[in-house]
Design a protein around this ligand. Structure first.
Ligand code: MN
Length: 455
């Protein structure tokens, strides 16, 4: 490593006025986070002979990381460098001049070649790069890993740890909607290269930190609970300042402590007039995702959120209360998802006929019904019970399952899913006044849950 560095120094720099002159530098944004630092280090690996310039303002967790790891990386500060000799600038994890530290001199330099690696929105991008790799992806380091992998560059376990910190921080441990499959593959690659999860846990900002704790205490001081329909609910208005991560964890913990069926936090940003609304529900009759969708947000049955501008928090609370009251009627029922009329067979239908119908209709199972009465359910799985060819002529009643678990149309998709899991069955006949009116399958229920997820 050291020998290598000496070679590079001989090659690329000389001293002018006691300051080092480099032809090739890399830098990243101020308030450097882990993805930015990781990408900066990756740039020095991808472009040998590059000096990596770290802004002085770095995030507190990056600062803590560097306090221990600083000697592991070759990082320079802008004050040690003479920009006059720079021919090539590599910018990572940003696309704006204003985010760089003291690079104004280079902005107007005519012969400067700029290479850019970034994953941010290009709305007000003002760095005019001669070459760029800019894609919407979870983290910039994922993009840079492509080049590192391709060139077969050796990555040390310390570098892998730093890269994974960047990757996890920018993707919220792969949970942000921006995270892609490639980000997840990159994480696997880094773990393979010896990334240390213990180190990562020490330096990455814990999801539940000081800010979140203060906020939770604040909410608990004003906690109220009330009955809405037959459920307990708590809607809490709280003022916040600046950006606070992981508000959903705060609401999650709040609901558990206050012990209500539904908890909603209305987080009011006084300075920009925005309201972040985050809800949690643990009862299947209240679909918090659809409540949030009515407010322009999204979510799934158990968790949802919305963002509102220029609204009075009190009227937001009123609005949510009304939505929760009405939600029982408006929420999706089994009736809305079931298939009908029901493709069915009678108990004396032969197994070969059943096989033909399953094949033709492309379904995995059928109810067996005599005169409107449910006798059993036959599924593809039951065909395993057949031991010889001749049994294909036997009636379905010899092989069908007679557990006969049913559901009524007014029940929720969640209740249907729970019954299917509990009894290990793939479909439930829907019964109304002793008659089969439809059938709901596991895939109908799944489709509901997945469609309900936000984009
Ligand atoms: Mn980033």
């Amino acid at each position: 490593m050291v020998e290598n560095l000496i070679d590079i120094v001989i090659y690329y720099h000389e001293l002018i006025n006691g300051r080092e002159v480099w032809m090739q530098i890399a830098t990243t944004h101020k308030n450097t986070d882990f993805d930015a630092l990781a990408s900066l280090v990756a740039a020095s690996l991808i472009y040998p002979g590059t000096v990596a310039i770290l802004p002085k303002a770095v995030n507190p967790n990056v600062k803590a990381f560097l306090s221990i790891h600083k000697d592991m990386f070759d990082l320079a500060s802008i004050d040690e460098i003479e920009l006059a000799g720079v021919e090539k600038l590599i910018v990572v994890d940003t696309n704006k001049w204003s985010r760089l530290e003291k690079m104004e001199k280079l902005r107007d330099s005519a012969n400067l070649e700029i290479l850019m690696w970034d994953h941010h929105d290009a709305v007000d991008c003002d760095i005019d790069a001669s070459w760029e790799c800019r894609e919407k992806i979870g983290a910039t380091i994922t993009l840079m890993l492509r080049a590192l992998k391709e060139s077969g560059t050796r990555i040390s376990s310390i570098q892998a740890t730093l890269f994974l910190c960047g990757l996890y921080e920018d993707t919220g441990n792969m949970t942000f909607p921006s995270a892609t499959a490639e980000d997840a593959y990159a994480a696997g690659y880094l773990l393979d290269k010896g990334a240390d999860l213990g180190i990562l846990n020490t330096f990455l900002q814990p999801a539940y930190g000081e800010k979140q704790k203060d906020l939770l205490f604040e909410m608990l001081r004003h906690a109220t609970r009330r009955k809405i329909n037959n459920y307990s609910a708590s809607i809490n208005i709280v003022n916040i300042e600046g950006h606070i991560n992981n508000l959903s964890i705060v609401v999650h913990m709040y609901r558990e402590i206050v012990n209500v069926d539904v908890a909603v936090g209305i987080f009011v940003h006084k300075e920009n007039g925005k309201c972040i609304i985050i809800g949690r529900s643990v009862v299947s009759d209240i679909n918090i995702g659809s409540v949030m969708r009515s407010m322009g947000g999204g979510g799934h049955p158990g968790a949802g959120s919305a963002l509102l501008k220029s609204v009075a928090p009190q009227s937001v609370r009123q609005w949510i209360t009304e939505l929760l009251k009405g939600n029982q009627e408006s929420s999706v029922q089994v009736r809305d998802l079931m298939s009908s009329p029901v493709i069915q067979v009678t108990s004396d239908t032969s197994m070969s006929e059943v096989a033909r119908i399953l094949e033709e209709k492309g379904c995995t199972g059928l109810p067996v019904i005599d005169n409107g009465k449910l006798r059993g359910v036959i599924s593809r799985r039951d065909f395993k019970k057949l031991k010889k060819q001749s049994q294909l002529n036997s009636p379905v009643k010899a092989f069908m399952s007679t557990k006969n678990i049913t559901i009524v149309p007014e029940q929720s998709p969640m209740q249907a899913a729970r019954l299917m899991v509990k009894h290990d069955i793939g479909r439930l006949p829907v019964v109304e006044k002793d008659q089969i009116v439809g059938i709901i399958s596991r895939s109908d229920a799944m489709r509901y849950f997945y469609d309900a997820l936000p984009e």
